[in-house]
Design a protein around this ligand. Structure first.
Ligand SMILES: *Cc1c(COP(=O)(O)O)cnc(C)c1O
Length: 217
């Protein structure tokens, strides 16, 4: 990560690692915490809640997977950031729960930049069309955008996807009230986080690369 940050002429403090623990054993997670990792990500609601209960240390929990509206209540009270909001209706639901529980996670909108049918997220055109409604919803702050690139053999192939997300963000900012700065770009995983950092990622979601050594034991 540090190398990619330097290459891009950026500052280390501007890119945060979200350690994705969905395939990790609890003792591996303890190891991570021991190494100073304080931001953990889970992608399934039940496992997210279980992990929040299992990990005693103070951790910022991020929810990164597909969230159905009827599971939002499980996730919202414990999430510092929800990366994967993919519809206006889900955002409305999160807002409702945030008002009721007085806990307001930051929200990122997931964008299906590559257009793969298997991917979740707003199609960019839909995001453009619904933008004025999305930014009007309060109190949950729209903190930025998230995307997943297709699994390419060569991470360079993911670059246009990451660049397109950044450009979409830059455009949406021009259509937003000043308080919506969309500062966060959640992009990059084990296979492509370096390219994502070069293209402006502020949050990289890395799982398997962190645990390679441990899982081989
Ligand atoms: C699993 C997952 C990751 C991490 O993937 P790795 O390839 O293991 O780094 C990142 N983002 C999301 C949304 C995931 O579900």
């Amino acid at each position: 990560m540090a190398d990619a940050v330097r290459r891009a002429g950026r500052h280390e403090a501007d890119v945060r690692l979200v350690a994705v623990t969905k395939y990790a054993r609890l003792d591996w997670i303890r190891e991570l915490l021991h190494c100073g990792c304080r931001v953990l990500g889970e992608s399934r609601p039940q496992q997210f809640v279980q992990r929040v209960a299992d990990v005693e240390s103070p951790v910022e929990w991020h929810f990164i997977g597909h969230l159905q509206r009827n599971k939002a209540r499980l996730v919202v009270p414990h999430a510092g950031v929800i990366h994967s909001v993919d519809s206006l209706r889900l955002l409305e639901r999160i807002n409702q729960i945030a008002v009721e529980t007085r806990v307001t996670p930051q929200v990122l909108l997931e964008v299906n930049v590559s257009g793969e049918s298997t991917k979740q997220g707003f199609v960019p055109e839909t995001l453009e069309r619904e933008w004025s409604q999305l930014v009007e919803l309060s109190p949950v702050p729209l903190a930025g955008l998230m995307t997943m690139a297709p699994a390419y053999d060569d991470p360079e192939q993911a670059r246009p996807v990451f660049r397109a997300l950044r450009q979409l963000r830059d455009h949406l900012v021009t259509r937003s009230p000043v308080e919506v700065s969309l500062g966060e770009l959640s992009m990059g995983m084990s296979g492509d986080f370096e390219v994502a950092i070069e293209e402006g990622a502020t949050l990289v979601r890395v799982g398997s690369a962190l645990f390679e050594g441990l899982s081989a034991e």
